[in-house]
Write a protein that binds this ligand. Structure first.
Ligand code: GAP
Length: 441
C-alpha cells in the first residue's frame, strides 16, 4: 500500500476531472469546489447509495427536499443565531485569521512568526446571511442554511399529515449547506459550501435508548457495504465538553483521512429539543397523538448526519493506491467499490481498423442502457487500461479480431488485472453479478 497524501489526492482529482477549485480562472475562491465529470458521477453515486439505503431498505423512512432559504426565526429557534460560532483571532501584523481553539495563543503567529500579535478572541457566527426582496435592511435578512436538519423539523407535521407514517419513522434529506468556515484547509474536508445527507428519526420518548444503538450500528454497516476499509473507521463518543446541552449522547464516525482521524458522520440522540424549540418559537402544535394508546407527546429524535462531500473525500482517500505492475512500472489505481465508481465499464477496441473500432463503438452504445460507460480508442491498450485504473473503472471490455469471429470479448478486472473471455450475450448479467459479488482484496 502506497502512502496516501492529500497532495496526491488533489493532484489526481485535478488531472482526471474529479474536483477543481471554484472560479480558478479568477484565482479561485477559498472553501468552494467544483465537481468535474468524474467527481459529479462519484458524488451522485454515493448520494444514491445512501438514499437507497435509508429510504428503500429501511421501513418507514420517507424523503424530503426542503428549501435552502428558510424563515429567519428557524435559526433563532434552533440556536444557530445565538450559538453557532467559532472563537476567532486575527494577527495584528499579517492580518491572518485563525480559530482561537486551533492554535496556541501564547506561541508566535503561525503565518508571520511575530510574537504577541493576536487580537482578543471574538465570536464569529458561521452562518452566511443575505437579503430577500428589494430592501437590504434588518427585516429582510435570511440565512443560507448551515444544516439540512431544520428543514426536516419544520416539515415534521406536514409529512405526518400527508403520508401514512406513524411513529417511529424517519425523514431523510440530501442537500447543500453553507458555513462561513475560518479554516478551510484539507481540500474538500471542510468547505464553506458542502452537501449533507441527514436523517431525523422520530420516536417515542424512552425508545430512543433502543434506536440510538440501532442507528449507530446501521450507519457503520453502511460504510462496510460501500466497500470502505473498516480498519479506517472508528467511533468517537462526545465528551461532556463536546456534547450539546440538550443532547443525551452523541458519537462521531471518524475516518482515517490523509491528515489523520477526523469526523465523517455524527449520530446524535437529540431528545425532544428541536421540535420543542420550534413549537415554542412558531406557536404551532408539534406533538404527536399515538393512535393506539391515545398518549400525546413531543417525539424524541435520533439523528444521523453525514457529509456527502466529506464522503467523497473518504472514498477518494480509501480507494487510492500505487501498485507495481508486472511490466515493472507503477500504476495509480482507484479501488472504488463498483457501485460508486464514476464509470463502470470501458469499451476499448484493440485496434481501430478492420471494423473492430466500429464494432466496439456499437457495443458501448448498447451497454449505456445498463451501465455508465466510456469508449476509448486512442493510444496503446496498456495506456488506456492505466487511464481507466486512475478513474477507478472496474471493468474494461476489449474487442479484438476474435470478437468478429465468435462474438466474445475479454473483460479485464481493475483490481487483479486478470482477464477473462466471455460471450457478448452474457456481458450484462455477468457484470451485474460481478458488481454484486465485489470484494476488495
Ligand atoms: N445536523 C447536525 C449537523 O449538522 P455537524 O456535525 O455540524 O452536525 C454533520 O455536521 C456532518 O456534516 C459532519 O460530520 C461532516 O461530515 C459534514 N460537515 C459539517 N461541516 C462541514 C464543512 N464545513 N465542510 C464539509 N462537510 C461538513
Amino acid at each position: 500500500m502506497a502512502e496516501v497524501t492529500m497532495d496526491k489526492i488533489v493532484s489526481l482529482c485535478r488531472r482526471r476531472g474529479f474536483i477543481f477549485q471554484s472560479s480558478e480562472i479568477y484565482g479561485s475562491l477559498n472553501g468552494a469546489y467544483d465537481y468535474g465529470p468524474m467527481g459529479v458521477e462519484l458524488k451522485n453515486n454515493i448520494r444514491d447509495f445512501w438514499w437507497k439505503e435509508m429510504t428503500r431498505l429501511h421501513d418507514d423512512i420517507v424523503g424530503l427536499d426542503a428549501s435552502i432559504l428558510m424563515h429567519p426565526r428557524v435559526w433563532e429557534a434552533s440556536g444557530h443565531v445565538s450559538n453557532f460560532s467559532d472563537p476567532m483571532v486575527d494577527c495584528k501584523v499579517c492580518k491572518a485569521r485563525f480559530r482561537a481553539d486551533q492554535i496556541d495563543l501564547n506561541a508566535p503567529c503561525p503565518n508571520c512568526g511575530n510574537k504577541n500579535s493576536f487580537t482578543e478572541p471574538k465570536n464569529f457566527n458561521l452562518m452566511f446571511s443575505t437579503h430577500i426582496g428589494a430592501n437590504a435592511d434588518a427585516a429582510s435578512v435570511v440565512y443560507l442554511r448551515p444544516e439540512t436538519a431544520q428543514g426536516i423539523y419544520c416539515d415534521f407535521k406536514n409529512v405526518l399529515q400527508s403520508s401514512r407514517v406513524k411513529i417511529p419513522f424517519g425523514i431523510a434529506q440530501v442537500g447543500k449547506s453553507f458555513r462561513n468556515e475560518i479554516t478551510t484547509k484539507n481540500f474538500i474536508f471542510r468547505s464553506c459550501e458542502f452537501e449533507q445527507m441527514e436523517m431525523q428519526f422520530f420516536c417515542k420518548p424512552g425508545t430512543d435508548e433502543e434506536w440510538f444503538p440501532y442507528w449507530r450500528e446501521e450507519r457503520m454497516k453502511f460504510y462496510g457495504k460501500m466497500g470502505i476499509n473498516l480498519d479506517h473507521l472508528r467511533w468517537h463518543q462526545h465528551g461532556p465538553d463536546e456534547l450539546a446541552f440538550y443532547a443525551k449522547d452523541a458519537y462521531d464516525i471518524q475516518f482515517l483521512f490523509p491528515m489523520g482521524w477526523q469526523e465523517l458522520e455524527g449520530v446524535h440522540s437529540r431528545t425532544d429539543y428541536d421540535l420543542s424549540q420550534h413549537q415554542k418559537f412558531s406557536g404551532k402544535d408539534l406533538t404527536y397523538l399515538d393512535p393506539e394508546t391515545n398518549e400525546r407527546y413531543v417525539p424524541y429524535v435520533v439523528e444521523t448526519s453525514a457529509g456527502l462531500t466529506r464522503n467523497v473525500l473518504m472514498a477518494l482517500s480509501d480507494a487510492y493506491d500505487e501498485e507495481p505492475t508486472p511490466e515493472g512500472d507503477v500504476r495509480t489505481v482507484m479501488h472504488f467499490h463498483p457501485l460508486i465508481a464514476p464509470v463502470k465499464v470501458a469499451v476499448l477496441p484493440l485496434v481501430k481498423k478492420d471494423g473492430i473500432g466500429d464494432f466496439a463503438a456499437k457495443l458501448e452504445r448498447q451497454l449505456r442502457e445498463d451501465f455508465t460507460t466510456f469508449y476509448d480508442q486512442s493510444g496503446a491498450i496498456g495506456r488506456r487500461y492505466r487511464r481507466m485504473d486512475e478513474i477507478g473503472t472496474p471493468y474494461c471490455i476489449t474487442v479484438d479480431y476474435q470478437t468478429l469471429e465468435d462474438n466474445t470479448v475479454t473483460i479485464r478486472f481493475r483490481d487483479s488485472m486478470k482477464q477473462e473471455r466471455i460471450n457478448i450475450s452474457n456481458l450484462v448479467p455477468f457484470i451485474n453479478q460481478a458488481m454484486k459479488d465485489y470484494k476488495r482484496v
